[in-house]
Design a protein around this ligand. Structure first.
Ligand code: ZN
Length: 500
């Protein structure tokens, strides 16, 4: 018989509300807040972190979870109440191992560090950030100590973002991918190069945002339930089922930064918007992992947004908005947005070299947490890896180890593997969708994306965090996560583009 879950649901609804209240404070800090408010904001975030932590780990919550768990363990994955109890137990066991004082210290530290990073990054000022990063590593290792049963200190951080993944499995995945990817990158970079000059020029910010809003709306982003604002590092945040916001940034000299950031964040937002309504306000009412989330953003950004069918519809619209493209053919534009060029910035990277950026970060994080690399030597180690792996010199730290928000707004380690999992999964999902809907791409050419979106909602979105990531992947694609679909796609695409 189903136990009475209402007392537990009530407690965890409050827990979810506190988490969502923190999210709006983060959103505000990244978009609107005067920088000088960082100190006090850090304190407020720490207070909320403390309250939600205490509520989750207190004895009453523990007892309620324990008394329902033996029932839940015997139910199917699709049973929502059982999934709720399983998820409650999972997050409870994670958080109860971390002392409240440590969670609060982390929330406060990350908020202060984020503010310092926004100021220091443009100046390539590593000296200011070094002690803050050292403190982050100290806090991250302290957190890892709370999970003494795990093999690697970073496993403790990964389990929060990608449950079911570990340093060991991620290393295997990276090795497998790398062995196939590096030869392909070599072939492409030694072939005749494509031109992308048409993408640089003078692109009015307001026109960029106007075009991006149009794209977002066509792809299915529901502006009644969301909004787009500007921030130094684009992101998506869920504040409730009916308030799912994205941010972007616009560079006057470069059309692609804003556009592909928006498509990427729309991918994340469509996931959150597609989560079953009855999971709203529940611990299950959010994306299940960073890897599955990135599969959505990368699918829309790359498989859809850099593909010919998408531009069959949007290129004439773009030409109308930007006279810069009057004399550029659609096929030259497509080559330009798919040009492979080993570079400095991860978020600007082409699909082929993107994962090499991820691997560099992952390896450096492991080295730091294993004590093999000191933070003071991080810039040098970063620059050396960019030189050996991508063949580029790093001219300034702002485009080097200070470029990503991750190390300056959260624990040191445990988040980058999600991007590569996402890339691989996006290929598996897209192939599965295309197999079921062979006319899908001709719909894109007409500006229709509904069928792909609703396929993804059926297979991935609606579940929220009800199914563990591995089950979502199996349910949607019929198989486990694998590198094959992704490598087949990359090989096919770039062989054609570069006439290999
Ligand atoms: Zn993303």
């Amino acid at each position: 018989m189903t136990p009475d879950l209402s007392p537990l649901k009530k407690r965890l609804a409050t827990y979810t509300d506190l988490k969502l209240a923190s999210s709006i404070l983060y959103w505000d800090q990244a978009t609107m807040m005067p920088a000088i408010g960082a100190e006090q904001r850090g304190r407020q975030l720490a207070t909320l972190a403390n309250l939600s932590h205490e509520l989750l780990v207190d004895r009453e919550t523990s007892n309620l979870i324990d008394s329902a768990f033996s029932w839940a363990a015997n139910q199917s994955f699709e049973n929502q109440d059982a999934a709720f109890v399983r998820e409650a137990r999972r997050i409870h066991s994670l958080e109860s191992k971390v002392p409240a004082s440590l969670s609060a210290a982390m929330a406060e530290h990350f908020s202060r560090m984020y503010a310092a990073w926004t100021d220091a990054r443009p100046k390539s000022d590593f000296a200011t950030l070094q002690p803050l990063l050292e403190e982050s590593v100290r806090l991250s290792l302290k957190m890892a100590e709370c999970f003494s049963d795990l093999e690697h200190p970073m496993d403790a951080l990964i389990q929060f973002s990608d449950p079911g993944t570990s340093v060991r499995t991620a290393r295997q995945m990276f090795q497998n991918l790398r062995s196939q990817l590096v030869p392909l990158v070599k072939k492409v970079t030694s072939a005749k190069q494509l031109k992308n000059d048409c993408l640089t020029g003078n692109f009015d910010d307001a026109s960029q945002l106007k075009f991006c809003r149009l794209v977002a709306e066509r792809l299915g982003y529901d502006f009644r339930r969301g909004r787009i604002d500007l921030s130094p590092h684009p992101f998506m945040t869920r504040l409730s089922g009916n308030d799912i916001r994205i941010t972007t940034r616009a560079r006057r000299d470069d059309l692609t930064d804003c556009l592909f950031s928006v498509i990427h964040e729309v991918g994340h937002a469509l996931y959150e918007m597609g989560i079953s309504e009855n999971l709203d306000g529940n611990i299950l009412g959010n994306g299940v992992s960073s890897g599955v989330h990135e599969s959505q953003s990368r699918l829309w950004e790359n498989r859809v947004g850099r593909g010919k069918p998408f531009w069959d519809y949007f290129y004439p619209v773009l030409q109308q908005e930007f006279p810069n493209f009057k004399n550029t053919s659609q096929s030259d534009f497509l080559k330009a947005i798919n040009k492979v060029e080993p570079g400095l910035i991860r978020v600007d990277a082409d699909e082929l070299t993107y994962n090499l950026h991820v691997m560099i970060r992952f390896d450096l994080e492991c080295d730091v947490l294993e004590g093999k690399l000191k933070i003071k030597d991080l810039p040098e180690a970063w620059n050396a890896r960019y030189n050996s792996d991508l063949g580029v010199e790093v001219p300034s730290l702002k485009d080097g180890c200070l470029q990503d928000v991750h190390w300056f707004s959260g624990p040191f380690g445990g988040s980058f593997q999600g991007y590569t999992i996402g890339n691989m999964l996006s290929a598996q999902l897209y192939d599965s969708a295309l197999k079921e809907m062979p006319t899908m791409e001709s719909e894109f050419s007409r500006g229709e994306f509904f069928n792909l979106r609703s396929w993804l909602t059926r297979k991935v979105h609606r579940w929220g965090a009800m199914l563990p990531p591995g089950e979502v992947i199996k349910h949607a694609t019929g198989s486990d996560l694998s590198v094959d679909a992704y490598m087949n796609y990359l090989t096919r695409k770039y062989s054609e583009l570069y006439s290999l």
